[in-house]
Ligand binder design. Structure first.
Ligand SMILES: [Zn+2]
Length: 296
């Protein structure tokens, strides 16, 4: 990495980063710190209007600005954005190039930064392809494109999701996970199935669920939802943690595309999942209690 790092990496994260194709990276560029959306904080903190959305490492910004200036051979003004849609925009006026670039580029490798400079200054075609590929690979660094569509509720009757998320984030991800978390809504149970009786007509019978999604992750909202069925005194904390941990991995590891197919749980994901301290225990617990969860 060319630019200075703000966050220390834990040994675990460092190892993961070194593993080929690990795909686990900090959620923002190490040279930028995202300011949380005040609407979605558990504790209300108010930021004045117009407050920047990210704190940017000034040294990293200046280094990139210098590279652009060298290539352009005239003044360049670089601002770093946390835009959700426009990753790069620039305009030229009176010999000055004004460029607005997403923070993901601050800690891109020299090859990508070089392509970025050629793309911005000379609109080179092959450079644009390389830059486009980098953006695709770093989609997970782009902030939520829409706010959470539901009210965030983290404190359950038996389990406190936010406390568990923070614990997991510190333990496994160097405190870098900036996903939101909430208990999902119980909603309508999709367990009223139309069963075909032997005779004529249909009747509705209540059967246990056939499957249950204990956790989901929405990338557009950056939101982990945990099924309320887990907020029970008989569900151990390590199991709730395991479900959260799994969704955190989705937050951090974008799906990989292999041969045109989207893989949600590629081998590298599964390897990370097994790093969960109580992995075997959690899997065994789930196996023993699945019927109970399905009926709950
Ligand atoms: Zn999954």
């Amino acid at each position: 990495m060319a630019s200075p790092q703000v966050f220390p990496l834990t040994p675990l994260l460092r190892r993961a980063a070194r593993a080929p194709g690990a795909g686990l990276v900090p959620r923002v560029a190490p040279a930028a710190v995202r300011v949380p959306d005040p609407r979605q904080l558990a504790l209300p903190i108010s930021f004045p209007p117009g407050y920047p959305q990210i704190f940017v490492h000034e040294g990293a910004r200046q280094a990139l600005e210098r590279r652009l200036t060298q290539a352009y051979q005239r003044p360049v003004l670089l601002s770093v954005t946390d835009n959700a849609r426009r990753m790069i925009s620039c305009s030229r006026r009176n010999g000055i190039l004004t460029a607005r670039i997403h923070h993901m580029f601050l800690d891109a490798g020299p090859e990508v930064q070089d392509a970025l400079v050629r793309y911005v200054v000379k609109s080179e075609r092959d450079a644009s392809q390389l830059v486009g590929k980098f953006i695709d690979q770093n989609g997970h660094r782009i902030r939520a494109t829409r706010p959470a569509s539901c009210k965030i509720k983290t404190q359950g009757e038996h389990h406190d999701l936010l406390a568990l998320l923070h614990k997991l984030s510190d333990r496994y991800f160097a405190g870098q996970v900036d996903a939101l978390i909430t208990w999902g809504r119980a909603g309508k149970r999709p367990d009223m199935v139309a069963a075909k009786p032997a005779g004529k007509g249909r009747k509705i019978v209540k059967t246990p669920r056939r499957a249950i999604k204990l956790g989901t992750y929405s990338a557009t909202e950056r939101l982990i939802r945990i099924h309320p069925v887990l907020d029970k005194p008989w569900v151990p904390r390590y199991f709730v943690s395991f479900v959260i941990y799994h969704e955190m991995l989705h937050h951090l590891m974008p799906a990989t595309v292999v041969g045109g197919r989207r893989l949600l749980h590629p081998p590298v994901f599964q390897a990370r999942e097994r790093m969960f301290r109580d992995f075997e225990r959690a899997i065994a617990w789930e196996r023993r209690h699945l019927h109970r969860l399905l009926r709950a």
